[in-house]
Design a binder for this molecule. Structure first.
Ligand code: G4P
Length: 528
């Protein structure tokens, strides 16, 4: 019974946004409400400033910070909240995609002036693929921005959401007066002098309350009534099942910087967001309340000390109770591991724990054995699904610059790939190594880390690749597959798991190849 209660009180989620929409600020304000930090500014912005593409100090700083802010846990109204941090910088998008395999729900932050941006679209696409329930927070209402209805339209057209506004702004920017909360049927007035402080909400029971005019003036109260009528007419009523099955996305408005609308978001979140969910493995569905422990690695973090190659692997617990010093089976290696000092993460610190429950994240020491996607169990063969590689955006040949250090280079590349820094493809025709990354920044990170952590020097050489496509001979047409392999041998490579990948050099050539070989499917991700 106690075990089940531990499960249902957990909420493990991620906050995603286009950089600068206010993810860090919102995270910080949630921690303030949870009492996990005492003052604003305690959570360091975990993003690389756009100008810092060559600034290795900045890269190192980012790596340092991301350990301490990888998981931010706190208790709020008897719920245990785990926020999984996602890097904002687009060059680290793949890190975010993988973190999304470990969350049970997501809050999307949208900048009121910018609306739906490119990175938001990409991240929401991944959430859709994973069927992750989403709540939207439209931020920066204290600034001039788009009209609330236009923003709701944009969420519907660009993100294909069925929106359900649970709060609605009264004015915007200079005229911003507050928010009407449809979830709790009350009104919160915005007092600028309360900036950076947690203030009480001014409550009114309904829009017919005669005090409304006193609070916001006659014009604004008439406009608000009209707008709320439209909201009630046009948008569906909130339905928790629809939200949980991704058929409906509740929307909140507010200003994270001003602490406005954040508590309302959090209160609604803890009452509607899902507790840890069952997860699909290749073998079967694994339910959180099963007695036996299972979990998977979704992130590996290298040690900051270049002299020690120890790493911290982050395990999401899917079922059972994780216990310190108990041997668990590492499914891929079919080998037992026990962890004497597993870490749990809290807002500002990490701590060794004796046990953890489904929904929680534990950080375990790894001396180079683990890779992202690895599963642990109490013996059963379980391989959790949903940690695919996506086609990288940038590709380069990697060359060894120091023949005496080829072993170190190979090991370094191998371990960095296991960490998920980038992807390695080995050309079928000549065995040359191609590194594929989501952003240009990773090439510098890899070069720097190979040199400083492995003592190996590398150089890069340009290669013209448009996309990496994982091939599937889905009609089992062996003749056609053989013909494809012969004709396209120059463009074929194996990924680290040994899968055959077609590295097409242009959108046109990919299209032509698809037409010529209709029995082969070309996937932009490794899991299909
Ligand atoms: P990110 O993690 O999504 O990249 O965004 P972050 O929270 O760092 O916020 C980006 C910028 O937007 C920050 O300003 C932050 O202060 C500001 N911001 C966040 N929420 C609000 C809001 O509700 N209203 C207003 N007006 N601004 C908001 P910055 O100048 O880039 O950084 P900083 O110097 O303030 O740290």
């Amino acid at each position: 019974m106690v075990f089940k209660e531990e499960i249902i009180k957990r909420r493990t989620f991620g906050i995603i946004s286009h950089p600068d929409a206010g993810k860090t600020t919102l995270t910080e304000k949630l921690l303030l409400f949870g009492g996990a930090i005492q003052e604003a500014g305690a959570v360091k912005s975990h993003k690389i400033k756009k100008s810092a593409t060559s600034d290795f100090m900045e890269i190192e700083r980012q790596r340092g910070i991301s350990v301490s802010t990888s998981v931010l846990a706190f208790n709020y109204k008897e719920k245990k909240i785990n926020i999984l941090d996602t890097p904002g910088h687009k060059d680290f998008a793949e890190d975010t995609f993988r973190t999304l395999t470990a969350v049970d729900s997501v809050i999307v932050v949208i900048d009121v002036a910018k609306g739906v941006e490119e990175q938001t679209e990409k991240l929401v696409e991944v959430c859709r693929m994973r069927e992750i329930p989403i709540i939207v927070f439209i931020n920066k209402l204290d600034r001039e921005g788009k009209d609330a209805f236009d923003l709701l339209d944009e969420l519907e057209s660009k993100l294909k959401f069925t929106v359900c506004p649970l709060s609605f702004p009264i004015g915007i920017g200079y005229d911003f007066q507050g928010i009407y909360n449809l979830w709790q049927n009350n009104l919160m007035l915005f007092k600028e002098e309360n900036k950076q402080k947690i203030s009480d909400t001014i409550n009114i029971k309904s829009l017919d309350d005669i005090r409304l005019i006193d609070f916001i003036g006659e014009n604004a109260s008439l406009k608000l009534k009209e707008e709320i009528d439209i909201v009630k007419e046009v948008y569906p009523n909130f339905n928790q099942n629809d939200y949980l099955s991704c058929k409906q996305q509740p929307v909140f408005f507010g200003s994270a910087l001003n602490n406005f609308g954040v508590k309302e978001l959090l209160d609604c979140f803890i009452s509607i967001a899902p507790p840890p969910l069952a997860k699909e493995s290749t073998e079967r569905m694994i339910k959180p309340d099963e007695n036996k422990f299972s979990g998977f690695i979704f992130k590996i973090h290298a040690n900051m000390d270049p002299k020690h190659r120890d790493r911290l692997a982050f395990i999401k617990i899917v079922s059972g109770i994780f216990k310190r010093n108990k041997p668990y089976n590492h499914v891929r290696l079919n080998k037992k591991f026990k962890f004497s000092s597993p870490n749990a993460f809290f807002a500002e610190k990490k701590e060794i724990i004796d046990q953890s429950y489904p929904g929680d994240i534990v950080g375990v020491h790894d001396s180079g054995n683990f890779k992202i996607g690895d599963s642990f169990s109490e013996g059963e063969r379980i391989n959790f699904k949903g940690i695919p590689n996506f086609s990288p955006e940038h590709f380069k040949f990697i060359n060894n610059q120091d023949p005496m250090k080829s072993k170190q280079l190979a090991k370094g590349i191998d371990q960095l790939m296991d960490e998920g820094v980038a992807q390695l493809f080995i050309m079928e025709i000549n065995g040359r190594k191609v590194i594929g990354t989501v952003g240009a920044l990773q090439f510098e990170v890899i070069q720097y880390r190979l040199e400083h952590e492995y003592g190996a020097k590398c150089s890069y050489e340009n290669i013209n690749i448009y996309k990496a496509c994982w091939t599937e001979n889905y009609q089992k047409n062996e003749n056609e597959f053989r013909e494809f392999k012969k004709l396209k041998s120059k463009f074929l490579a194996k990924d680290k798991a040994g899968n055959l990948v077609f590295l097409s050099d242009s959108a046109f050539s990919l299209e032509m190849t698809k037409q010529k070989f209709p029995s082969i499917k070309f996937h932009y991700k490794s899991e299909f």
